[in-house]
Design a protein around this ligand. Structure first.
Ligand code: 3HC
Ligand code: NAI
Length: 707
């Protein structure tokens, strides 16, 4: 056993007969940090230098082979040996090297395996090159070896999507040579090594593989990928470089191709998109670790109740059914219940129509679904989610019923968007069991789940909410009670900023386009048209009495709603939707209404560049994001980022609004806010947190790290 008593290497090796067994043991996922790279290179040196070694077997300890490069090293000074050199060194080994794969062989992990001469995978293995999801490309020979091994088309599909292939698929693609009969990766690997030795199998190098021999097929695949990438990867930096690298694999020597790949990889590594995507990767893992998940044990959740079968209730029911949980839905009367059930069925019927589900599978799922108009049906339910009308009186009446029927210890959750959950909790005899679970529409699709933590709730209820999120495959973000929690509170402010820009002279169409060009899938006015303008109108009317009379209030949306122009569902809103079209066209009548409103408000319209629109939109979003952190509604800036990424279409490659603020420089954002404040000091009040951070020369990331 080779080890160093002061710094035990994460890579150990020992002779098993004629086979040098090399084990990578670098918890949690065997990432290829500098010590692993050194250890691998040393193990291969040892194998070549030692006559007793006739073959080398690479295995990972723990749950994975190797999850890839160590993402935490990105952006830090490089330390030799570089991963491409390690892969080359493995490939150059004079004795056959076999990679035996279980769990993840991702990114650099798969590239190590491709440097080996033979590959075996066991069931449950996940093989892939997901670098594109981090704004990168496979930078240790992956773009050169993969197409040589499995052809350009399959390689491009794998690298451009970043998806994981199963052991069976990898076998079919030719990415591995065999799938182990058992899932004992060590036994399977050793047996395979013995077989190869018995057959005197040579050190077979992937660089010499002939997957690109059919040049025409490869050229066609590259051209198709180029056209597809231009269409689908709008705004992204690394995908086109991936296509270029695979083209280099076809046209250049292996070594020149590797050099080309390296250059492209380093450009990606330096790009702000890489920084944004890596931030998103870690942030979405960090949000799961709310303090209560460490301090308390979740309650058992085996049954779910949903009150209300409307848009949200039905979506939540589907999310729970999809997670394998039994669901009981409560509605006001039989007609509403039938409608609720129909909403649920419609989701599955849609899947059946698309050929993605069988009628049998639907029947099996619905066997776990029951409905009732009596709350007594919830007597034994573990967790109930209320999704009735957004009115305090209605919600409190529902909670009174829940208080009456639910067993002790049942978790009572509300899906309210804006209402005061402390007040809802205060209306029952067990406020310690009441929590907010704020889903997003459509609830069975959208990943975000705000876990809203009222004053009196106990830690184990919060931990239960996080556990439920895991079961439902949602990304939970912990939020405090306030008007709109994290997401909707920011939304209200950046939408207001957009409204100001619109009234001051930009058209909604220009604003939407600027926001789309920034990377959002839709602009704010398209979103209003999609969700229905009446929803916001109702809440504006509710708030009219409490609104600050000095605050600027743009009435344009009200003028459209007064005409019943609620968006897509009524055929017109900010846009026209002729004959049920889903993409709107600009409406000259809307522009006329906006003109009239400007005149009424005494505003002389001016023009805006797209850049200025975005500066205002982002400054408003960032400033309110800072406020929710300052008020401890969000635990850290990264919680705001994840909320916007998963619930509001913020472009992932920019990392979220707070990461974006750090990248453009917090002092620049503050300067913008102060400049805008000259026109409207009430709206543009710099968040105390931004002021403080700028004074200290610090940024939002420093708060993420210290939390
Ligand atoms: N580097 C550093 N840390 C990593 C890591 C990596 N490549 N992959 C995972 N981790 C960390 C996570 O941050 C997490 O840390 P935490 O416990 O402190 O939060 C821990 O490992 C466990 O990760 P998960 O919670 O994600 O564990 P799962 O079991 O759910 O998933 C996984 C395991 C499928 C391996 C998943 O972690 C994953 O997809 N990792 C990223 C894989 C990847 O993108 N690899 C490519 C890297 S880029 C590259 O290789 C460049 C090369 O081409 C040169
Ligand atoms: P909806 O109007 O589509 O559905 C509400 C349902 O509740 C109706 O089916 C109604 O019959 C039922 N209901 C009303 N009173 C009831 C009672 N006393 N007992 C049983 N059922 C009752 O409303 P939607 O959009 O589903 O919203 C529900 C809640 O979810 C609201 O609090 C809303 O703020 C919140 N929400 C809505 C989102 C959205 O995008 N629509 C997003 C996130 C939260």
């Amino acid at each position: 056993m080779a080890s160093d008593s002061i710094h035990p290497s994460p890579v150990s090796y020992e002779l098993r007969g004629k086979v040098l067994l090399v084990t990578i043991d670098n918890p949690p996922v065997n990432a290829l940090g500098v010590d692993v790279r050194r250890g691998l290179a040393a193990a291969i040196e040892h194998a070549d230098a030692n006559d007793a070694v006739e073959a080398v077997l690479l295995v990972g300890a723990g749950r994975n082979f190797i999850a890839g490069a160590d993402i935490r090293e990105f952006g830090k000074p490089p330390q030799p040996p570089a991963l491409p050199d390690v892969c080359n060194r493995i490939e150059a080994c004079r004795k056959p090297v076999i990679a035996a794969i279980h769990g993840a062989a991702l990114g650099g992990g798969l590239e190590v395996a491709l440097g080996a001469h033979y590959r075996l995978a066991v069931a449950g293995a996940k093989l892939g090159l997901p670098e594109v999801q981090l704004g990168l490309l496979p930078g240790a020979g992956g773009t050169q070896r993969t197409p040589r091994l499995i052809g350009a088309e399959a390689a491009l599909s794998l690298i451009l999507s970043g998806r994981h292939a199963s052991a069976q698929e990898a076998l079919k693609l030719g990415l591995v040579d065999r799938v182990g009969a058992s899932d004992d990766v060590l036994a399977e690997g050793l047996a395979y090594a013995q077989e190869l030795l018995a057959a005197q199998a040579p050190a077979r190098r992937t660089r010499d593989a002939q997957g690109l021999a059919n040049r025409e097929a490869a050229q066609a695949a590259i051209a198709a990928a180029r056209a597809d990438t231009a269409k689908k990867s709008r705004g992204l930096f690394s995908p086109m470089k991936i296509v270029d690298c695979v083209e280099a694999a076809l046209n250049e020597s292996f070594d020149d191709g590797l050099r080309f790949e390296r250059k492209q990889f380093l450009e990606c590594l330096d790009s702000p998109q890489r920084a944004g995507l890596v931030h998103a990767f870690f942030a979405e893992r960090e949000v799961q670790k709310a303090p209560e998940t460490k301090s308390a044990t979740p309650r058992a959740i085996n049954t779910i109740g949903v009150i209300g079968g409307g848009t949200m209730g039905a979506g939540i029911a589907v999310a729970a059914l999809d997670a394998g949980l039994p669901v009981t839905m409560i509605e006001r009367d039989d007609v509403s219940l039938a409608r609720g059930r129909a909403h649920v069925e419609k989701v599955y019927d849609g899947l059946i129509a698309k050929g993605r589900m069988t009628a049998d599978a639907k029947a099996q799922i619905l066997a776990r679904f029951s409905g009732s108009t009596s709350y007594d049906a919830l007597a034994q339910t573990d967790l109930v989610i209320e999704a009735v009308f957004e009115e305090m009186g209605v919600k409190q009446a529902v909670f009174t019923e829940l208080d009456r029927v639910c067993k002790p210890g049942a978790v009572l959750a509300t899906n309210t968007s804006y209402l005061d959950i402390d007040a809802i909790a205060a209306s029952v005899s067990r406020p310690q069991d009441v929590v907010g679970l704020h889903f997003f529409s459509p609830a069975n699709i959208m990943k975000l789940l705000e876990v809203v933590v009222p004053k009196q709730v106990t830690a184990d209820v919060v931990a239960t909410a996080f556990e439920l999120a895991k079961k439902l495959r949602k990304v939970p973000v912990r939020a405090g009670v306030c008007d709109g929690f994290i997401g909707n509170r920011l939304l209200a402010v950046y939408r207001a900023a957009a409204d100001h820009v619109m009234e001051d002279g930009a058209s909604p169409y220009q604003i939407d386009k600027a926001v789309r060009d920034f990377g959002f899938p839709m602009g704010p006015y398209q979103v209003i048209d999609l969700a229905g303008g009446d929803i916001g109108w109702a809440s504006r009317k509710r708030r009219a009495a409490t609104r600050d009379p000095n605050a600027r209030y743009v009435q344009i949306a009200d003028r459209l709603c007064e005409r019943s122009w609620f968006g897509q569902k009524t055929g017109r809103g900010f846009y026209l939707y002729p004959e049920g079209a889903r993409t709107g066209t600009p409406d000259p009548e809307v522009e006329a209404i906006i003109d009239a409103e400007r005149e009424r408000a005494g505003i002389k319209p001016r023009s805006f560049t797209d850049e200025e629109i975005i500066r205002r939109y982002m400054a408003a979003m960032i400033n309110e994001g800072a406020n929710v952190v300052h008020e401890k509604i969000a635990l850290r800036p990264l919680d705001v980022d994840v909320t916007l990424l998963y619930g509001y279409g913020f472009p992932r490659y920019r990392g979220g609004p707070m990461k974006y603020a750090d990248m453009v420089g917090l002092e620049n954002v503050l300067a913008d806010i102060r400049e805008f404040a000259k026109e409207d000091p009430l709206f543009w009040r710099p968040s105390p947190l931004i002021v403080e951070l700028v004074e200290r020369g610090a940024n939002f990331a420093s708060l993420d790290q210290s939390a």
